[in-house]
Design a protein around this ligand. Structure first.
Ligand code: NI
Ligand code: MN
Length: 226
């Protein structure tokens, strides 16, 4: 599964020939200055919640690509109110079969408001099953017992987990989250972008190594084969 990391919680995966982009926040990320937003043309944009550091570049990328937005009901309605109505609303626990795979919107423990302060529904994550790949994208979240259910009901190959602490779980909790969802490997997100979430790379790598959990600390702009 070809995966490109664009910084913070933004990355894309290729599933069944479709490009699926998550949580675009690039123009506001000082560390992602070398990323050319105009070159990102996904078929879908999946949005975990309404915070600006997850939606800032949704409109630009959607307008240039014609991508379908997938998120909770309130986030999709907000983008419709901004003039982009090509969206698919979901809510927690529900699944939908898209042409790139089956998506379930799942619980996250966090908050969600849109950049203008309007209600952003409840925050979530995604579990996507597509051919031989099953991925879990946590979104911004604390460690939560729900993750045990995700592990019971799915065979998750790669878990994309927030690890930056302060606003979300940190690496200590993310290691446990990885074990609870029974992940084959972990791809770290939501770290180093701002002062509040700067992490110690060596210590983070060591935490995952201690539990023998395969772990990728991605570089912005780099492509990975997962
Ligand atoms: Ni957030
Ligand atoms: Mn965030």
């Amino acid at each position: 599964m070809k995966t490109i990391y664009y910084g913070h919680s933004c990355f894309s995966v290729e599933l069944k020939g479709k490009t699926v982009l998550f949580d675009p926040f690039i123009s506001g990320n000082e560390k992602a200055r070398h990323i050319d937003i105009a070159s990102i043309n996904p078929d879908y944009i999946l949005i975990t919640h309404g915070h600006a550091d997850h939606v800032a570049d949704v409109l630009q990328i959607a307008q240039q690509s014609g991508a379908t937005l997938v998120s909770n009901f309130e986030v999709i309605n907000w983008f419709a109110s901004q003039g982009y109505d090509k969206g698919h609303p979901m809510n927690h626990g529900g699944r939908w079969e898209f042409d790139f795979g089956t998506v379930q919107y799942v619980n996250a423990v966090h908050s969600s408001s849109m950049p203008d302060g309007s209600y952003g529904g409840n925050p979530g994550g995604f579990i996507i099953t597509s051919n031989d790949d099953c991925i879990y994208v946590s979104g911004d979240t604390a460690l939560t017992m729900d993750m045990k259910i995700f592990g019971e009901m799915n065979t998750i190959d790669t878990a994309f987990l927030c690890i930056g602490d302060n606003f979300t779980m940190g690496a200590v909790e993310a290691v446990t989250a990885a074990q609870w969802v029974k992940a084959g490997q972990v791809f770290g997100l939501h770290f180093d972008t701002f002062g509040y979430i700067e992490i110690d790379h060596a210590a983070t790598l060591d935490l995952f190594a201690q539990k023998s959990m395969p772990f990728i600390l991605p570089e912005i702009g780099k492509e990975y084969e997962l």
